[in-house]
Each structure stands twice: as structure tokens, then as C-alpha cells.
Design a protein around this ligand. Sequence first.
Ligand code: AMP
Ligand code: MG
Length: 435
Amino acid sequence: MVSFEEARRLVELHAEAVRPAEPDTADLLAASGRVLAEVIVADRDFPPFDRATRDGYAVRAADLAAVPVLLEVVGEVKAGDWPEPEASSVAHGQAIGIMTGAPLPAGADAVVMVEHTSFADQSVEVQPGEAQSVEVQRSVEAGENLVSRGAEARAGQLLLDRGRRLDHAGIAIAAAVGKSRVRVFQKPRVAVLSTGDEVVEIEARPGPAQIRNSNSFSLAAQVQNAGGEAVRLAIAPDERGRLRELIEEGLDCDLLLLTGGVSMGKYDLVEQVLGELKAEFYFTGAEIQPGRPVMFGSCDADTLVRSDGRSAAGARTGVSAPRKKYFFGLPGNPVSTMVTFELFARPMIEALGGQTAQRLIFLRARLKSEIRTKTGLKRFLPAVLSGEFENAEVELARWQGSGDVAALARANCYVVIPADRERIEAGEWVPLLMR
Ligand code: AMP
Ligand code: MG
């Protein structure tokens, strides 16, 4: 049994050493949610020219030292126009109408907002730039209301690193530099193996003592969410021979997730069967609730000769498979399965998918009503985060323990309770694990 922090550290340590899948090429939009296998650099300066950030007039700041002042309007630049210096430039006492996103004409060093200008003749409606002269009521500093060429990024500068998972912001950056296709890592294949004599497929009508295999689906969804491809295996009964066959099948994938059969019961056979397969265990049990019996280990793919005579060496096409095949034995209770996936399995999937390591960060919110609990385990209890804007507050969801799937419908996060706390008062800031 290890502490939560030690268990997490062990997973991160192993995750750091795994080799990611091979790269693939994808159309940009299809790469949303995928992990970059190349760096994205600025293909030119950003912005590529001194860019106006306001509608108004391009001016020489020195001309506006004393205001109000009358300037001669000598032209107009719209977004998309390129002001050739011979044709449009701002000399002393002059201004050029300019629109947001347009390049600053030569001679000008600032933009004055249209709101701070007016025309001498108020009776005619004149568009900015059309007037012969404009009165400016406010001074500006050189550089005001514009972004200088290259201020956001210089040509060749790194914008997105390899190992970055592409969200909409990443997609925007790739699009801005003209990458219509990007190199991304192949998704790791993650086997999901449910165990238990009482567990039946969800299409089946369950007998009076049977339970539908919901874990297989929740885990597959979490695997996808973490950037993996889930491979749902058949349900393993609490019987050694068949369980071993299915574990061996699962070890063909890049990672194996088992649920159920990891506690101390007479029919909890997962550890035993993995032991027969010469597994190395990094931890069997963590001081957490829910999820205490969680286990993490690996099998040596080279020495693993399956009962059907095949070697479990290669899952990835065309690559010599990594020596270690990692597995997690997650407890069968649905809430335990979900929590232990997020805490331990996710970082391994992310690493196998080529993603740079993500630190686990707990957010904080104010506790709505007091919590009383026992010391000794770090707890991750289903909770409801509610409120609005700056007034978020959190309270525990009503639940019947870690088997309570229905409680998950009421919860949207977990409150994290340190192992040494017996009582947490309403109003205290508590850490949260978001779901
Ligand atoms: P176990 O970890 O095998 O002792 O199972 C703990 C609890 O989780 C038992 O009440 C099981 O019926 C339930 N359980 C186990 N596997 C699943 C599954 N695949 N889907 C839903 N519930 C499960
Ligand atoms: Mg079981």
C-alpha cells in the first residue's frame, strides 16, 4: 500500500519513459484533440505589418502634443489594403484614415481613435477618411493603438511544441501559419477488460443477481477522452483460465485496463493471474477512497508467451514493440473505476499518445456545507459544484458509496479531502478534481 502521492509519482515515472506511438498525418480539423508530432513555427512575422487595432486616423504622435489640433486628411487605408509609401504616407500635420486590421502607412507612428476626432463641419455626414481635415481632441503616444510587426511572434519562432494536444486554440495557431495538414501521433490502443461472474453485456437482460457491464463503457469513454482508442474485450469470468486468456489478449494492446477482481475476495483473481504471467507490480493498493485496491504494473512482452503460443510483442504496426506492457487493475465499483482512471491511468495513456506530461492540478472552491469523515485515506468524494460567476460553491453529492452509479448523475466533480482531516467546515476552500 502506498500513499496517493507516491502512487501518482510511480505512474508519472513510468509514463516519462514510455515511447509514444508512430506519427500519422491528419487534416487540420481532424487533428482536433490529437497530439502534435511536429513543432509548429511562425511562417512569417506576427503581425506581418504594423497593424492598427482601432478604427481612426494614422498620425504622428508628435503632432498631437497640444490638442485640439486640426490635421489634413490625405487618404484612407482599409484592412487588406497595402499602403505603398509613395502613394500614402503621413507627413507633419497630416493624417490618414485607418481601419482595424489595416497596415500603418509610412510616416505614422500611432493611431488615434475615431471617437476622439470630429469634423469641422458637423452638418454634413462624412465618413472617416473622406474629410479634408479632421480635428483631434486627444493626444496619443507613439505606438498607441497598433501592434508592431513581429511583436506577437517572429518568423521561425516556436508557437506549438511537439507533444501538445490540439485544442481549438492550437488549431487556430496551426491555421494561422497555413498548416492544412499536421503530423500527429497515432492513438494508443487501450484494452478494457471487465471481470466478474455477475457482470453481463449491456444488451443482455440481467438475471436477478447480475449487473450490466457499465464500467467497460465508462472506461472506454474516458480512454477516448484521454486521447486513446478503446478496445473493449469480452467479460472475464472469475475463473483463472479464461481470465488469463483475456488478459493475454489485452496485453496485445499498448495498455491494459482491468476492472474488478482486485480486492481481497476469494474470487478476486486478477493479481494472481498477472503473477502467473510474471508481472511486476509497482503498487497494489493506494491510501485513497474510493479506489483503495488499485494496482499498477507491467508484463515483459518479450518473455510473455501466450497460452495459444503467440508472443505478445507487437501491437503497433511496423514497430518493434516496447518491452514493457503496462496494466492497471482498477476496482470494480463504478465510482472507484472512474476516479482511479483519472488519477492513474490517464497520465499513462497521454504518455503513450505522445503528450507531454500534465501535472495533476486541483482547483479550489468554497465548501457549502460541513464534511465529516475519518482520517487515514485521501478521499475523492462525488460533489456538486454550483453557483454563478465568482460565487462557485461545492457540496458533497448524496451517495451510497462507490457502487452508486446514480449518484454520478448528481455530481460534476470530486472534493479532495486530505488524509488527516476529520472535519471541514462550511466556507472553507477545498480542492476539487474536475470530472
Ligand atoms: P469487485 O472489484 O470485483 O469486487 O467489484 C466491486 C463491485 O463493482 C461489485 O459490486 C461489482 O458488481 C461491481 N462491478 C464490477 N465490475 C463491474 C462492471 N464491469 N460494471 C459495473 N459494475 C461492476
Ligand atoms: Mg468482482
